[in-house]
Ligand binder design. Sequence first.
Ligand SMILES: *[C@@H]1O[C@H](CO)[C@@H](O)[C@H](O)[C@H]1NC(C)=O
Ligand SMILES: *[C@@H]1O[C@H](CO)[C@@H](O)[C@H](O)[C@H]1NC(C)=O
Length: 229
Amino acid sequence: MVSPSFSTKLVFFACFVLFTFSHKLVTGESDKVELNLYYESLCPGCQSFIVDELVKVFDSDLDTITDVKLVPFGYAKVSNNLTVICQHGEEECKLNALEACVINTLPNPKSQYKFIRCVENNTDNWESSCLKGYGNEKAINDCYNSDLSKKLILGYAKQTSSLKPKHEFVPWVTINSKPLYTKLDDLVGQVCKAYKGKTPLPIDCSSAALSERKMSNVEFSYVDEIISH
Ligand SMILES: *[C@@H]1O[C@H](CO)[C@@H](O)[C@H](O)[C@H]1NC(C)=O
Ligand SMILES: *[C@@H]1O[C@H](CO)[C@@H](O)[C@H](O)[C@H]1NC(C)=O
């Protein structure tokens, strides 16, 4: 006969194992490197960073250890009546809003990124090049044409203005909340370095892969480039 106290202990033990295991799963998730990109859609450096650099995270096994968050706002300003004024004019505001809608609508970071990469590579004709083929066209359009896009942009305004330290130029990247400053040309190396998780490092972080990697030149856009309206 199993005594009640023994079965009670057994239940406690089972709970303990279950708790520890699920706790591990949860912390395993948060071991990911948090990579945030603060940008605005029409700054040339932002465009080339998104098209040529950030792709290295998504086109490799690095995306298994990285949580990418895109924040399309940059040096835009929100006036007292909540009108948004963008550094590169009205068109930039439209594209920021479109990209905010893409992020809000598409289910995962990789599909969001693919759409946004297409837009950033075709800012003159994104409607014909990018609107079809990435899914959820109607939902993205609905968001873009409604108050939701404005709400999302105001949220990104808040995220951008609460950066500590403040961004000094765009594209501005933080890794686990720390700015990368000008080390944007070494994005892959920096992500690998920041990863402290339990699972083995991706192959793209091996010294062989890192030494073969091509460094690129990233151009920055500063606030004093603001076009007066
Ligand atoms: C909101 O403010 C901006 C500048 O501060 C101004 O140009 C614009 O006309 C205002 N819009 C409305 C709807 O009041
Ligand atoms: C960017 O667009 C050009 C033409 O508009 C195209 O040739 C090129 O393949 C595109 N690049 C990427 C990375 O999509």
